[in-house]
Design a protein around this ligand. Structure first.
Ligand code: PMV
Length: 315
């Protein structure tokens, strides 16, 4: 018997190091952002009504029976039902999210994670993170073609991760907590398009781009060591260097560069764009004494919001 109601939520995320290079097998580091989240609530509906998905933030109301194959929310529900070998229940799923869309904060992965888990719960199954992550990865492919899998992994596990494509997840130990300010440029970041552009550039000049990916991967490894050792001071310069390499990859923009410069000038230990780039977010590593100056600098340079998140040991 299904419960009358099941609910689940999932955090946003930011990539600290290694975006883009992670698509090409290099390591990356990402952490959950619990200050924003997506929530799904599944409630029983009258017999014969089937499954309806309501996402008012996205202005969507979808009947599963008639939804197209590539509709991401419907695909998430279908994949979950197939995985659990369950029939379509008579129920309504209401999805809400406080995660800005297309900003590199993992909104798509979080919405799907919340939906998959809540629907599983409604059907009497507590899905483990590995299964949730695998289902969300399938939906991520609809969102942007060739995802590395980092978004679904960090969001489904809800823990800091050191991620290498197609390898078992490695949890990241955080030796000493540190604080990030996430500055949202307010400009949508079209992940699929930016990833496709980098791929075309790599195909034209593989040796050059492979060398950039290698260095980005080395930075992620150095950052992992620094995070595990609690050597926060070492992280700032690594963020700065990673940003320079992202500029060389062609995924930054003048707005993102201005935000990064403003954060550094206001006292951040380091700053970089985070996620696909072109728009979306920058992240700045801050200590308590410069936090409000960096926040002000980001807002005065055009950020539409600034989120403060602390990266700490997971358990
Ligand atoms: O979804 P975003 O903006 O955080 O970008 C994902 C990170 C990329 O490395 C650019 C793509 C990927 O699939 O890993």
């Amino acid at each position: 018997m299904s419960p009358a109601e099941a609910r689940s939520s999932a955090p946003g995320k930011v990539i600290l190091f290694g975006e883009h290079a992670v698509v090409y097998g290099r390591p990356a580091i990402a952490v959950p952002v619990t200050q924003v989240k997506a929530t799904a609530v599944v409630k029983a509906a009258p017999r014969g009504s089937g499954l309806t998905l309501i996402a008012s933030d996205l202005k969507k109301q979808i009947a599963l029976a008639t939804a197209p194959e590539d509709e991401p929310l419907a695909a998430a529900a279908r994949l979950t039902l197939a995985h659990l070998k369950a029939h379509e229940p008579d129920a309504t799923v209401t999805i809400r999210s406080t995660i800005p869309i297309a900003s590199g904060l993992g909104s798509g992965a979080a919405v799907t994670t919340a939906l998959v888990r809540a629907l599983g719960g409604f059907l009497g199954h507590k899905l483990p993170p590995a299964e949730v992550s695998r289902l969300v990865f399938e939906v991520e492919k609809i969102h942007h073609g060739t995802p590395s899998g980092i978004d679904n992994t960090v969001v489904a596990y809800g823990k800091p991760v050191y991620f290498v494509r197609e390898r078992a997840i490695e949890r990241l130990k955080v030796g000493c907590p540190f604080t990030l300010l996430i500055g949202d440029s307010g400009i949508p970041s079209p992940t699929g398009k930016v990833v496709a552009r980098v791929r075309r550039a790599w195909q034209r000049e593989p040796a050059h781009y492979d060398a950039l990916f290698d260095r980005i991967g080395d930075i992620a490894d150095e950052a992992r060591q620094a995070i595990e050792d609690g050597d926060v001071d070492a992280l700032g310069p690594l963020m700065d260097e990673n940003h320079e390499l992202l500029i060389e990859l062609g995924v930054s923009s003048s707005q993102l560069d201005d935000l990064v410069d403003a954060a550094r000038l206001a006292g951040a230990l380091g700053a970089k764009l985070s996620g696909a780039g072109q728009g979306g977010n920058v992240i700045a590593l801050v200590e308590d004494d410069c936090m409000s100056d960096v926040e002000t600098a980001l807002m005065e340079t055009g950020a539409v919001r600034v989120i403060c998140t602390k990266v700490a040991a997971a358990d």
